[in-house]
Design a protein around this ligand. Structure first.
Ligand SMILES: [Zn+2]
Length: 139
């Protein structure tokens, strides 16, 4: 049989769940490490009684970077949790505007996509128009 371009009518739910879970465990691990680093950093900062200003600002900026990384990772984790919940409810991968299935290829590239391609396009156009109107109101 000729090999067809695999654009899966069905990327199975299991496959998606496995992908999301694997991603989640990677993120979880990163969060764990970042937290450990942050704790270490925090302890180091507070144990040193004598720090010159340069040291301190260096440490502060490292801490800030760690925190913003942590925040970003945590957001991803929450999005993964939502995706997994929707998957369990059978809602994952359905366009929130038209209710159609979002293509499996699109989901693989953008696991958090909420809309199918054409609704997303429409939404972006509308958003753009709305933004422009706001800007005009501001002037
Ligand atoms: Zn749609």
């Amino acid at each position: 049989m000729a090999k067809t371009l695999i654009e899966p009518a069905s990327t199975s739910t299991d496959e998606l769940r496995a992908m999301l879970l694997e991603w989640r465990s990677v993120i979880q691990q990163e969060i764990h490490e970042l937290l450990a680093q942050h704790r270490e950093h925090y302890t180091a900062t507070h144990n040193d009684s004598v720090l010159d200003l340069e040291d301190m600002s260096l440490r502060d900026s490292t801490a800030e970077q760690q925190l913003s990384l942590l925040e970003a990772r945590n957001r991803t984790r929450l999005m993964l949790d939502t995706a997994l919940r929707r998957l369990d409810d059978g809602e994952y991968g359905l366009c929130e505007d038209c209710g159609d299935k979002i293509g499996a290829g699109r989901l693989r590239a953008l696991p958090f996509a909420k809309r199918c391609l054409s609704c997303q396009h429409q939404a972006e156009v509308l958003e753009k128009i709305a933004r422009q109107e706001v800007r005009r109101d501001d002037m």
